[in-house]
Each structure stands twice: as C-alpha cells, then as structure tokens.
Design a protein around this ligand. Structure first.
Ligand SMILES: [Zn+2]
Length: 65
C-alpha cells in the first residue's frame, strides 16, 4: 500500500501531494525542484490513498488562502 504526503513548496508555499518515497517533485506553481526529505520540507498531512491526498491538498490550500 502506498502512502501519500501533503506538503508545501519551500519556495512559494504551494500545497501539493506526492507519493511517500518519491525523491523529488516539481512545484506546479514556481517550478522549483522540491527534494522530498522530511528534514527539508514540512509535511502537513499523510493520506492512505490518492483521493484522500487530493482532498487534504484542497483543505490545506483553502486554509492557506
Ligand atoms: Zn513553489
């Protein structure tokens, strides 16, 4: 089973999700190559499936706005 993490881009704060274990993710907003490392990014939430990951991403985006 794959877990997903929800996190914010360290450069622009854009909230997005990625699979746990993925090494990098490009920010869709600023193009920054995010190193997915718990020491470098702040994990906002975790999800058990992609649907929950999308829902949580929306919730955190709404909170930030
Ligand atoms: Zn960004």
């Amino acid at each position: 089973m794959t877990d997903y993490i929800i996190f914010a881009c360290p450069r622009c704060g854009m909230v997005r999700y990625a699979r746990e274990g993925q090494k990098t993710a490009r920010c869709l907003k600023c193009g920054y190559q995010i190193q997915i490392d718990a020491q470098k990014i702040r994990i906002l939430a975790r999800a058990k499936n992609v649907r929950d990951a999308i829902d949580l991403t929306k919730i955190y985006k709404a909170k930030k706005a």
